[in-house]
Ligand binder design. Structure first.
Ligand code: SAM
Length: 249
């Protein structure tokens, strides 16, 4: 039996493709890719000539049988997306779930991922974070999603497109006030930038320099700060109660 290799590819800088990823892409019989034209360029760059099969959210379920057939015939298959790690806000979940259900081997080949790349250099707490993918495109739904996260104390992470970055920052400003944000823009590319401040400050920066609103974004919002006084009084109350119980009062 062959295996499905889930291969992470660069999010901008081609040198970020790992030697193991290149080796696997050069050895499989078929590469399933979100956009075959886009991925053909990467494979050409690597000197890989194997066939490509399109696999996107609209045809993913119908590709399972074909790929399972390859694996059963002993051929290895790779899954890649346009950028970064497949399945992370990208197609592949249905394929991986179904192949696992059928008992096939699924092997991750780790590498670039925009959310981890952004978090690793943003200076926000990373011990706990909540990745919420893309926010809804419609304002009402977007606000509802954000509102449900306002009280979370983990770092919040979203993906956002240049078409909606200003609208999203406006909604964050309305709901999170002066909460600290970091925007990772064009990561690993020539114009990589990290902007930080509250939503109002980031919008003003984009008004001054419209280039700052272009490209691809990872939006990171600091979690809500702990309510120090409340928690201190909780501790005091329980300490007092234990002391009173210890005294037998
Ligand atoms: N699978 C990818 C990953 O592992 O990160 C994410 C794919 S998702 C369809 C594309 C989104 O990821 C973009 O809209 C942007 O929010 C984020 N992204 C991808 N590459 C990026 C980069 N170089 N800089 C900043 N954000 C990026």
């Amino acid at each position: 039996y062959g295996a499905l290799y889930v291969v992470a590819t660069p999010i901008g800088n081609l040198n970020d493709l790992s030697p193991r990823a290149a080796q696997v892409l050069g050895a499989v019989s078929l590469v399933a890719a979100e956009d075959t034209r886009h991925s053909a360029r990467l494979l050409r760059h690597l000197g890989v000539t194997c066939p490509l099969l399109s696999l996107h959210e609209h045809n993913e379920a119908s590709r399972v049988d074909r790929i399972a057939g390859c694996l059963s015939a002993g051929d290895d298959v790779a899954l890649i997306s346009d950028a970064g790690t497949p399945l992370i806000s990208d197609p592949g979940f249905v394929l991986v779930r179904e192949l696992r259900r059928l008992g096939h081997r699924v092997v991750p080949i780790p590498g670039p991922c925009a959310l981890v790349t952004a978090l690793s250099a943003a200076g926000l707490p990373t011990d706990r974070f909540l990745f919420s993918g893309f926010l809804p495109a419609k304002r009402g739904a977007r606000r509802a999603r954000l509102e449900a996260l306002v009280a979370r104390d983990e770092t919040l992470v979203f993906y956002e497109s240049p078409h909606r970055i200003r609208d999203t920052l406006q909604d964050i400003g309305t709901l999170f006030g002066s909460r600290h944000l970091v925007l990772g823009r064009e990561l690993t590319k020539a114009f990589e930038t990290f902007l930080e401040g509250d939503a109002g400050h980031l919008l003003a920066t984009m008004d001054d320099d419209p280039d700052q609103a272009r490209g691809e974004f990872v939006v990171m919002i600091a979690g809500t700060p702990p309510r120090a006084e409340e928690s201190r009084s909780d501790i005091d109350a329980s300490a007092l109660l234990s002391a009173l119980l210890a005294e037998g009062l």
